[in-house]
Design a protein around this ligand. Structure first.
Ligand code: PNS
Length: 162
């Protein structure tokens, strides 16, 4: 069975992420989405909120499971029996970053390879940073975020949560 892990901060999950998830779900038998902490970023949403949005957004994909992990990605992949990491690339900057991370992860586990999905042209400019700006200025999120994740956010608002 070919198992892949798609890691990220998902702060929040975007339609760019969903494109990668759906393509990975077609290519691999099972895909684990791993919501992680990126030490270089201070997130808008808590880990639990990011995870809740991811779960809602991927609920309809039968071979996709979202999980939380606070350790090394290579350890998570080994625990899941995954030989592939999946990443999306939008531009040369993403490629440089992902190329470097692929070497680090392969150094940690020589069995672990990285598969890069080039972003779809119409979603090239999508990023969690851009979506956080839209949230800050109360702009419509439907063009950028999965509807199920937006519904989760609206539920928090009604509960008096952020
Ligand atoms: O969505 P992001 O913020 O670009 O995701 C980055 C992430 C979380 C995938 C990266 O920071 C990561 O892999 N963190 C886990 C720690 C780890 O395994 N580091 C070594 C590989 S670089």
């Amino acid at each position: 069975m070919n198992i892949a892990v798609y890691p990220g901060s998902f702060d929040p999950v975007t339609l760019g992420h969903m494109d990668v998830i759906e393509r990975a779900a077609q290519l691999f038998d099972r895909v684990y989405i791993c919501a992680m902490v990126n030490g270089g970023k201070s997130p808008l949403f808590t880990t639990e909120q990011r995870f809740e949005m991811l779960c809602a957004a991927t609920a309809s994909l039968p071979n996709v499971t979202a999980e939380l992990w606070t350790g090394l990605l290579a350890d998570y992949a080994r625990e899941k029996g995954a030989r592939f990491l999946v990443k999306g690339v939008r531009n040369a900057t993403d490629f440089d970053t992902e190329f470097g991370m692929a070497q680090i992860n392969r150094g940690l586990d020589p069995e672990l390879d990285t598969v890069l999905f080039p972003a779809r042209a119409e979603r090239l400019h999508f990023s969690s940073t851009m979506v956080r700006e839209m949230i800050k200025y109360a702009r419509p999120l439907e063009p950028y975020m999965p509807a199920a994740a937006i519904a989760v956010m609206k539920g928090w608002k009604n509960d008096g949560k952020p």
